[in-house]
Design a protein around this ligand. Structure first.
Ligand SMILES: Nc1ncnc2c1ncn2[C@@H]1O[C@H](COP(=O)(O)OP(=O)(O)OP(=O)(O)O)[C@@H](O)[C@H]1O
Length: 301
């Protein structure tokens, strides 16, 4: 079934040379791998199907040094597959697999003691469309203690309820989203979405702007952090790399106190994203600190 759908899709979208490359991913998956590559201790909570694809994802997390106690393998369910096609370096996704394996997480997988002892809690993304995942995310989000970072990441599946986004934003220390997310959620400019999220209660907001970098806002002020000059090859996981860079910055330097400190953190994050854009694959392209230093010699990390 999936094979037939894939063949139809590939035939309908391949105008020239067709390049097929299997990869691993999913936004929270990419973020977890990205944070681990940068050197922090990270644990993943999420679900996979009980098939070779799911086993491969778990294996990749293990090999990347991500803790998988909170990962759940769902019996008799196929792992959701995403087929990514490209216009230049910009990816478009189509998902296959019903019910979606990522949407069946048991909220009991959230170890509240571990959350309470953590320094940072990341929550994303379109998976929140699934009621079980939303219940799990609310269970984790209710635990006081860690710095909370939230990525609504509504695309490529448009439909996440804006009320849910504002619910999580209300108690988030940081909300990161893309300008495309802002349009999909509210039909708003990055500036207007930033004001909305800050008014909802977010401590700070970062809106990514592709090759232009990112808009960082706190209180009534904002600043544009430019992206490094790169030659993009594959932008898959660029937003996730930004989130990984921001999370790692908070873990290594503490939560920023003011707009200037958020901008400093974001400057590193746009370089992490730029690095990822320069090679194919999303999660596999996430850099170590040594990779960043070698590629961007002027970057103080
Ligand atoms: N062409 C580029 N040159 C330099 N940096 C880039 C480029 N494209 C993306 N980036 C980096 O990746 C970050 C995230 O990109 P973008 O704003 O497109 O988010 P995204 O999550 O990939 O977007 P979308 O929601 O459209 O999928 C940017 O803020 C920037 O740092």
């Amino acid at each position: 079934m999936i094979g037939e759908a894939l063949i139809d899709l590939l035939e309908s979208t391949s105008g020239g040379e067709l390049v097929y490359r299997p990869a691993v991913g999913g936004a929270p998956f990419n973020v977890a791998v990205g944070i681990a590559r940068l050197g922090a201790d990270v644990h993943f909570v999420g679900s996979f199907g009980d098939d070779p694809f799911g086993h491969r994802l778990l294996d990749f997390l293990d090999k990347s040094g991500v803790g998988t106690d909170g990962a759940q393998t769902i019996p008799d369910v196929a792992t959701t597959l995403a087929v990514t096609t490209f216009q230049g370096h910009e990816p478009t996704f189509r998902f296959y697999g019903s019910p979606p394996s990522y949407g069946l997480l048991d909220a009991a997988r959230v170890d509240v003691d571990r959350v309470a002892g953590a320094r940072l809690l990341y929550c994303g993304s379109m998976c929140l469309l699934a009621p079980p995942v939303l219940a799990a995310a609310r269970r984790a989000w209710a635990v006081p203690g860690p710095v909370r970072v939230f990525d609504p990441n509504v695309r490529p599946v448009v439909g996440l309820n804006p009320d849910v986004v504002e619910e999580f934003a209300a108690t988030a220390d940081l909300v990161k989203l893309s300008s495309a997310d802002a349009t999909a959620l509210w039909g708003e400019s990055p500036e207007a979405a930033t004001e909305r999220l800050l008014a909802a209660g977010a401590g700070a907001v970062v809106v990514t702007l592709g090759s232009q970098g990112a808009l960082v806002a706190k209180g009534s002020a904002s600043v544009l952090v430019p992206a490094p000059q790169i030659t993009p090859v594959d932008a898959t996981g660029a937003g996730d790399a930004t989130m990984a860079g921001l999370s790692w910055g908070i873990l290594s330097q503490g939560k920023p106190a003011d707009l200037g400190e958020w901008a400093t953190l974001t400057r590193v994050a746009v370089h992490v994203a730029g690095y990822v854009c320069e090679s194919p694959g999303g999660a596999v392209a996430m850099p170590t600190v040594a990779d960043l230093r070698a590629r961007f010699v002027d970057l103080a990390v």
